[in-house]
Write a new protein. Structure first.
Length: 134
């Protein structure tokens, strides 16, 4: 990211220490989107990871540059710093950022049968408002 003096800084945002501290801190960011509202810029990061056992997860995190530091924001339900969805490897999860509405569309496809012939599609939309996804 760039500081207010146009210096480029780097910050590792995954810890690779999930076994020690718990959670989903080892996910790898695969997409970053920008939201500009009321003179503030937020960065919405999508991440992916796996802890084995046939499971994968995707995360949504929000960052802001405050006083030249990249800060992870508490932008989710109950002041959480990330939104996590775990799913089976046999299923599919898609995240899509909708720039025109500052929303994230979540589409989860669950297989209801072993031969994958029966599927359920679950759609959710998280809208960004006042620094929080709801």
């Amino acid at each position: 990211y760039k500081t207010s003096k146009n210096k480029i800084r780097y910050k590792q945002i995954n810890t690779e220490k999930e076994m020690e501290i718990g959670g989903f801190t080892d996910g790898q960011v695969f997409e970053v989107n920008e939201i500009k509202i009321c003179g503030r810029t937020y960065y919405v990061a999508f991440g992916w990871g796996t802890h084995g056992e046939g499971k994968e997860f995707k995360t949504i995190q929000v960052f802001e540059i405050i006083n030249d530091n990249l800060v992870k924001m508490k932008s989710f339900y109950q002041n959480k710093t990330e939104f996590v969805i775990e799913y089976s490897r046999s299923e599919k999860l898609e995240l899509a950022f909708e720039k025109s509405t500052n929303a994230v569309a979540v589409k989860e496809i669950e297989n209801k049968s072993r031969d994958h012939s029966q599927k359920t599609i679950i759609k959710k939309t998280l809208k960004f408002s006042n620094g929080v996804f709801k």
